[in-house]
Ligand binder design. Structure first.
Ligand code: ATP
Length: 367
């Protein structure tokens, strides 16, 4: 088990990049750390690898503090975004190099390299230089170097960001398979929330070096702790709409700016009032694009008319940009449901899936 306890990183004791970072990582877990560019993800990973000094806090591996250990003594292997392959060496030597430096018996090196090459389907490329490989093959060589190290913990620093979309999708599946086959523990850093949702057993969302939420992808997606997480996870991004709240007739009513819509909130969204006895005058309504659908006559209630500003056809889905006052909302609907009259189409908000966030702190009012 790997534990990060009160980890802090600052440069020159002034600029704090990571603050009070606490995380438990269980054996065999695939942990994905996701956050916007510059939030400290790579720094965190480099501290676990031993490539960056930890300013304060503890890094415990099975209870033992390894925060001052040399990288080679940490049982970790890191796969970098730019693969960090030696350009003048062929694949075999790239895989073997780390072991050669450690003066491992050549027969054992050969055995390990050939095994790693077989696992990663690289056997026919062993003589090639990195420049003669595709992006995906280079990525596999980088993973091969992690395998031959016999590491228990694999660290991935945005390993797919240099690949095109199709290959990224393929390599994502390969990395997950690699993790399962190696029976190791993986920590994977990305700013791509789709990669995060699809790979993680445990998802960690960070902003400016601080953890915003930890949970399974489903937990985080269904119950975002605040509007930052709600907007960051899920694509297209969650719509955030400022609303005024009114408390009357035993219910809570929300009104959009410019009176664009007015509706009673479902009971499961008003626990902040009924159970926590809070009565804020304003809030931010978070609603996912897939929860704004075209209104049909069977559905009663929470509907409003919008102009469709423009449409993006994505094969079987369509992204609609709706005009709301001076703002825009996004709706994602099946392409076959495209409205006929784009000037005035009626949409239905699935409010029982919406979220209400505090106007100032952004906290989910119902959690
Ligand atoms: N040696 C350094 N001295 C001062 N600041 C640094 C140093 N190295 C990194 N930083 C700063 O630390 C912050 C976090 O950097 P880091 O590379 O960890 O972010 P990241 O979340 O991995 O970003 P990205 O997704 O863009 O790779 C950034 O603001 C960066 O400018």
């Amino acid at each position: 088990m790997l534990q990060l306890k009160n980890i802090r990183k600052s440069y020159d004791n002034k600029l704090t990049i990571i603050n009070n970072f606490n995380l438990d990582i269980n054996p065999g877990e695939f942990v994905v750390i996701v956050g916007p560019s510059g939030c400290g993800k790579s720094t965190l990973l480099r501290m676990v690898a031993g490539l960056e000094e930890i300013t304060s806090g503890q890094l415990l591996l099975n209870g033992k503090d390894i925060s001052t250990f040399e990288p080679s003594k940490r049982e970790v292997a890191m796969v970098f975004q730019d693969y960090a392959l030696y350009p003048h060496m062929n694949v075999y030597d790239n895989l073997a190099f780390g072991l050669m430096i450690k003066k491992v018996d050549p027969a054992i090196i050969k055995e390990k390299v050939l095994k790693a090459a077989e696992i990663l389907d690289l056997t026919t490329y062993l003589e090639r230089k990195p420049s003669d490989l595709s992006g995906g093959q280079r990525q596999r060589v980088a993973m091969g170097r992690a395998i031959v190290k016999d590491a228990k913990i694999f660290l991935f620093d945005e390993p797919l960001s240099n690949l095109d979309a199709k290959l990224r999708h393929k390599m994502r599946a390969e990395i997950k398979k690699f993790h399962i086959d190696q029976k190791g523990t993986s920590i994977y850093v990305t700013h791509d929330q789709l990669e995060a949702l699809t790979l993680a057993d445990k998802l960690v969302i960070i902003r400016a070096g601080v953890i915003e939420q930890v949970g399974t992808p489903q937990e985080v997606f269904n119950n975002p702790k605040n509007s930052f997480v709600g907007e960051f996870i899920g694509t297209p991004a969650m719509n955030l709409i400022e609303v005024d709240l009114e408390y009357k007739d035993g219910g809570v009513y929300a009104t959009g700016r410019n009176q664009a819509f007015h509706f009673k909130l479902p009971d499961n969204k008003t626990k902040f009032h009924t159970e926590k006895k809070k009565s804020p005058k304003t809030a931010v309504l978070g609603i996912r694009p897939t929860d704004i659908i075209l209104h049909t006559t069977e559905e009663a209630g929470w509907n409003a008319k919008f102009e469709v500003l423009f449409t993006e056809l994505l094969g079987h889905e369509a992204n609609l940009i709706l005009k709301y006052g001076n703002e825009e909302l996004t709706s994602l609907i099946p392409a076959m449901h495209m409205p006929k009259d784009l000037k005035s189409a009626e949409f239905y908000f699935k409010l029982h899936f919406a979220h209400l966030f505090d106007s100032i702190s952004g906290e989910n009012l119902n959690l």
